[in-house]
Ligand binder design. Structure first.
Ligand code: OAD
Length: 247
């Protein structure tokens, strides 16, 4: 009989008390949302991050930056969660405790049924006032691009983290706490190239967790993890969880 997954891995999963999952753009790739660093299809192979994802870029050309995010919002709105998102939502019902941390800004985990998602890099569906720094969810469309804050008239910007900006402190603290506390840590569809998110699997490993990477390609942390499962998350995760918890 060919065993698809290491039996020790399946036992570890079944015995897990607290599972943490960190996801990146790869988990949404099968939903048709481009990743950042894939050589042919990644956003950063076609666009320059410093022209679009920095506050300097927004100061220089707010219309260009707003429209780029409007385009991405539209791509996300037309996309649907895939079996990888669904498997992670299901995992929350299979283990005693699950902490889901994402670098994605697309909201697809929530649409797949996950709750309490820790969003390290914000959410593309939210906007905030650049002056007052508060979230604004309603404004009158009078043709301004970017739209203006209804209270103070300053520009609105997407509520995402740009290069050079700090991550939301409560989200990062919760993620770090989970990395220290969990006994199994999944690292799914991320190149682990952007810090501080990329540190989380290493923190978990150093704290004694079993670290499982799920990625279609090797990454810079593949050599440091306990298990490297090579393939698409929408294929691997449902099969892995079905093997660990057969119905
Ligand atoms: P990347 O584009 O850097 O990495 C995506 C990873 O997903 C790569 O390692 C791919 O091999 C892998 N991948 C692609 N398709 C996959 C699939 N179907 N199943 C499994 N893996 C797959 O994206 P992130 O690591 O998320 O930050 O990038 C981190 C941050 O860099 C993003 O949050 C964004 C970006 O700049 C901000 O915008 C602040």
């Amino acid at each position: 009989m060919i065993r698809e997954f290491d039996s020790a891995l399946l036992v570890t999963l079944r015995n897990a008390r607290h599972v943490a999952v960190l996801t990146g753009a790869g988990v949404s790739a099968e939903s048709g949302i481009p990743t950042f660093r894939d050589a042919q299809t990644g956003l950063w192979s076609r666009f320059r991050p410093e022209e679009l994802a920095t506050s300097e870029a927004f100061d220089r050309d707010p219309k260009l930056v707003w429209e780029w995010y409007a385009w991405r919002r539209d791509v996300v709105a037309r996309a649907a969660p895939n079996p990888g998102h669904a498997a992670i939502a299901r995992l929350a019902r299979l283990v005693p405790r699950l902490t889901l941390v994402t670098q994605n800004v697309d909201g697809l985990h929530q649409r797949a049924g996950s709750s309490d998602v820790i969003e390290l890099h914000g959410n593309i569906h939210r906007s905030r006032c650049v002056r007052e720094n508060r979230l604004v969810d309603d404004w009158q469309d009078v043709g301004d691009v970017p739209p203006r804050c209804p209270r103070c008239g300053a520009y609105l910007r997407p509520d995402v983290v740009w290069f050079g900006e700090m991550l939301p402190a409560p989200a990062l603290e919760q993620a770090e706490r989970a990395a220290h506390d969990c006994d199994v840590f999944f690292c799914v569809g991320t190149s682990a190239a952007v810090y501080p998110a990329a540190q989380l699997p290493l923190t978990a490993r150093d704290a004694g967790a079993t670290v499982i990477e799920v990625n279609k390609d090797p990454t810079r942390i593949s050599g440091a993890v306990t298990y490297s499962l090579r393939g698409a998350s929408g294929d691997i995760l449902p099969r892995l969880f079905a093997a660990a918890w057969p119905t």
